[in-house]
Ligand binder design. Sequence first.
Ligand code: IPE
Ligand code: MG
Length: 253
Amino acid sequence: MTLDLDRLDPDRIPAHVGLILDGNGRWANARGLPRTAGHLAGEEALFDSVQGALEIGIKWVTAFTFSTENWSRSEDEVEFLMWFNEDLLTRRRDELHQEGVRMRFAGDMDDSRIPDRNRKHMAEAEDLTRENDRLNLVFAFNYGSRREITEAARAVADWVSTGDLEVADIDERVLSGAMYVPEMPDLDLVIRSSGEHRLSNFLLWQAAYAEFYFPGILWPDFNRYSLLDAVVEYQTRDRRFGAADDHPEAQID
Ligand code: IPE
Ligand code: MG
């Protein structure tokens, strides 16, 4: 399966695409299946999209796989998601490594509710793929943006208290460098499936000037072709980053 890359302007490939995987439960409900069946079906959608990202030449993809708020789901579903995240990364690790994908994890990994085995497998995947640079695939796992920014603020305060940093030198670069993945570039495009139009505490800092795309399909139905459609649409957007355009009725954003 290959994509029709002629649809794309090669000079405007987004550097970083965020994926908010949503709608697995509804996909399963619609089929009379348990919610977990929706998560299982979502795996293929994610890895087909990763193949699409490789074909398109996107260098960073961040997938929201488990949020700091997802602990409030039923005990069974949380337990399933912990197991599934671990199972998926051990099964997919080698093929991703062969494709030149660097696997990374962004989130609060010190949380004692994350099983030790899972934490160990995440560290192993990160180590194995550390030298790869074709695509950075970030799993936002036990991730919450407010927690990330709070932890970054605490790290910066610590640097000041130890005398490594002057208060006057705190700027946006310093804060960016204290995030979970310091080299992560700003998001160009955020895609949320399922028809919901929310950011849900996902990469608030990095999404400051992101374009948003909301395909009205449930996550298990998403694939590399949907990703290509999203990038084609993204390339039609007029990004101004706060500057005015040439029209007298220029917008304020
Ligand atoms: C997304 O699908 C899966 C996770 C990020 C855990 P949901 O589980 O949120 O599915 P809906 O929104 O209930 O349909
Ligand atoms: Mg949901």
